[in-house]
Design a protein around this ligand. Structure first.
Ligand code: AMP
Length: 412
């Protein structure tokens, strides 16, 4: 199947080509025809399925079919849970609309009010927003939803989880003049999301796209035993000098450790981008942009700061400091091997990391292979912590014992 089968406006087809999409993904194949027919959409579509274009393509086609006849606020409103997602949607929307006159704006928390002012004045056709900040503008009467013709709630399950239900309901009620609504969620399970979708959608086409397992590449994991933070740094330097380490994310435990590592790298002429929790939004975006554009090849981040970022071509994830929990480990290493590529996850383990390392092994059902690098071998040996085993009594044996005991009791 190709995009031409949707009979889209040639300007929109050009935009699709600009983004390099040659054929629609499954969720696009399923959702676009229904949405072009004007139906409400209820889609289970996790990240990575192509869900963004699945709602933007029909929305843009609508705007091109029915051009604006009076100035006003946005006609397509997209709500997203996080700033990063909002900016990613913005990027795709700008690409798709690049051969049209449509204007696309984005409004999120963490950016000065001043820089948003023109967003509302410019007659945006498509506005992408996080719910909290949009409500602030609505309260200040700098924006209203009366002109919204298509309402999109992306990652609605996450927005509900984040406690945005009240805001979402109010925005949905205020955009009562809409002709269409689309709700996307990683899953359509759970009472919250079902109830909410019933409240917002009317006779929606239900679309299910599986998680893009096919598009996931393989992650190859190994570890290095390390004697100290300095030893870990030497190991990291070794890796960063390798040709196949083209783009990496280095995870550290705390902000202080992040500062120290970034400076140490600088003293070795490695100018890493970095993300820390309390960074202003424009600086965050710049750091992510530097990585995406390949201007920086190393990103140092804490777990909190790295939430929600999506950089496609990360070759290596380094756990400079081990994470606190096993599921954070799995989350961290998932930053590589995107879009079908192979990825590598390398962890540096000090003696005090043994407990969490073994936890991760149990959680991921594998035993790590410790590698050594010539000249950088560890002095300490692996000291595995013995796992306390619960006494397991086999079922049959237990039954026998009970019988025996019963007999004994009987003899008495
Ligand atoms: P999404 O699920 O919208 O976050 O998209 C996941 C990734 O797939 C993004 O990097 C998109 O640019 C990419 N993508 C979306 N649609 C297509 C398509 N039809 N062909 C190729 N890549 C696509």
């Amino acid at each position: 199947m190709s995009f031409s089968e949707f009979e889209l406006d040639t300007r929109l087809e050009k935009g699709i080509a600009t983004l390099g999409y040659s054929k629609p993904t499954r969720v696009q194949q399923l959702a676009i025809p229904e949405a072009l027919d004007g139906l409400d959409i209820l889609a289970s579509a996790p990240t990575g399925t192509g869900k963004t274009a699945a709602f933007l393509i029909p929305a843009i086609q609508y705007l091109l079919d029915f051009p604006r006849n009076a100035p006003g606020f946005a006609r397509v409103l997209v709500l997203a849970p996080t700033r990063e997602l909002a900016y990613q949607i913005h990027e795709v929307a700008q690409g798709l609309a690049s051969s049209t006159d449509l204007k696309v704006g984005v409004v999120t928390g963490g950016i000065n009010y001043g820089s948003h002012r023109d967003i509302f004045e410019k007659n945006n056709d498509i506005l992408i927003a996080t719910p909290g900040r949009l409500i602030e503008y609505m309260d200040a009467e700098s924006f209203h939803c009366e002109n919204v013709e298509i309402l999109v709630l992306d990652e609605a399950d996450r927005m509900l989880d984040m406690g945005f239900r009240g805001f979402m309901t109010r925005i949905a009620e205020d955009s009562r003049n809409r002709k269409q609504a689309m709700l996307l969620s990683a899953t359509l399970e759970g009472r919250g999301i079902i109830e909410f979708s019933q409240q917002v959608l009317t006779e929606a086409a239900r679309i299910e796209a599986d998680a893009p397992r096919r598009e996931r590449g393989k992650i190859i994991e190994w570890t290095h035993l390390a004697d100290s933070a300095d030893h870990k740094f030497e190991l990291l330097l070794h890796y960063l000098a390798q040709e196949d380490v083209t783009k990496s994310i280095v995870f550290v435990k705390t902000r202080e450790k992040l500062d120290a590592l970034v400076q140490k790298l600088q003293s070795h002429d490695i100018y890493a981008a970095y993300l820390q929790g309390d960074m202003p939004q424009d600086k965050r975006l710049k750091a992510i942009e530097r990585m995406k554009a390949g201007k920086a090849t190393v990103l140092v981040a804490t777990d909190v700061a790295a939430r929600g970022i999506d950089i496609v071509d990360v070759s290596h994830v380094f756990n400079f400091d081990m994470p606190r929990t096993a599921d954070i480990y799995v989350h961290r290493i998932g930053r590589t091997a995107r879009a079908g590529a192979k990825g590598y996850a390398v962890s540096f383990i000090e003696a005090h990391d043994m407990a969490i390392t073994q936890k991760i092994e149990r959680y991921t059902n594998q035993q790590f292979k410790h590698r050594k690098i010539k000249g950088l071998e560890p002095k300490h040996k692996e000291a595995r912590i013995p796992v306390k085993k619960k006494k397991v009594v086999h079922k049959k044996k237990a039954a026998k014992l009970t019988k025996k005991n019963a007999k004994k009791g009987g003899k008495k």
